[in-house]
Design a protein around this ligand. Structure first.
Ligand code: ADP
Ligand code: MG
Ligand code: MG
Length: 248
């Protein structure tokens, strides 16, 4: 049982306050959806937790099982069991998916898995996610479709088995194929019960496919409403207008 605890988090970008007191607790086995209008600071939350240097924590705390996440290096955060999906969006010529994943597993576990063991693990992971075996030899992110990027993201989850996964779904990348891949992956992890998932999205439609245990509505840098799955239905029907009006 693991707990990610975000307490009264304030974050600034270039001296502009973006997050204004975020409180959120995610436990292993729970699926949380963090939803809100564009520009409300959802990605800022993900980047701040990831340790991106552009995002300055001005006050508040983030802990994983009581350990101070904010004082950890980016690698230490990964080793502690945090997974941040947007960490490696870049194309890396000459590095295959398989090589990349083996390095990621090595970084998180602190030692390189034997090649034979890793190859087997990778094969099983790919089979579980119905990923074609040729995918492992593709160059990282090179010419990946939205769906392939998401498959790669979920495959990382499968291999790294993080305690808490933060998936920031930029709305543009989510074609129908990608949406299905993410949803199936998240539902699978939700059902297995070991990983806590924070799914960040603008896109209310994803909640037709993912059944979150908790829904949080984000507006102007803080959570303004919380509820269960029923809140997702309300958001899909009514949109975010109510919240943006309230904060304007
Ligand atoms: P969301 O993910 O909800 O769409 P973001 O976190 O991307 O929102 O952005 C929230 C606000 O912070 C916006 O006003 C955005 O312009 C600003 N912001 C976020 N990241 C940066 C950055 N790296 N540089 C400058 N401004 C930023
Ligand atoms: Mg956005
Ligand atoms: Mg965003």
């Amino acid at each position: 049982m693991s707990t990610l605890e975000i307490r009264d988090l304030h974050v600034a970008v270039e001296d502009k306050e973006i997050l204004r007191g975020v409180n959120l607790t995610v436990r292993s086995g729970e699926t949380h959806a963090l939803m809100g209008p564009n520009g409300s600071g959802k990605s800022t939350l993900a980047y701040a937790i990831a340790g991106h240097p552009k995002y300055t924590i001005t006050s508040g705390t983030v802990t994983l099982d009581g350990e101070d996440v904010l004082s950890m290096t980016v690698d230490e955060r990964a080793r502690a069991g945090l997974f941040l999906a947007m960490q490696y969006p870049v194309e890396v010529p000459g590095v295959s998916v398989s090589n990349f994943l083996r390095s990621a597993v090595t970084a998180v576990r602190g030692e390189a898995p034997k090649l034979r063991t890793f190859t087997k693990e990778l094969k099983q992971g790919m089979e579980a996610l119905s990923i074609d075996s040729a995918f492992a030899q593709r160059n990282l992110n090179e010419g990946f479709s939205g769906g392939e990027k998401k498959r790669h993201e979920i495959l990382q989850l499968e291999l790294l088995k993080p305690k808490i996964a933060i998936l920031d779904e930029t709305d543009s990348g989510l074609d129908v194929d990608a949406l299905r891949v993410v949803s199936e992956g998240v539902n699978r992890f939700g059902a297995e019960g070991d990983t806590g998932v924070l799914l960040i999205t603008h896109y209310t439609r994803i909640l037709r496919y993912v059944k979150p245990d908790f829904v949080h509505v984000f507006s102007a840098g803080r959570i303004v409403e919380e509820g269960g799955p029923e809140l997702a239905d309300k958001l899909e029907a009514e949109g975010y207008e109510r919240y943006t009006k309230a904060s304007a």
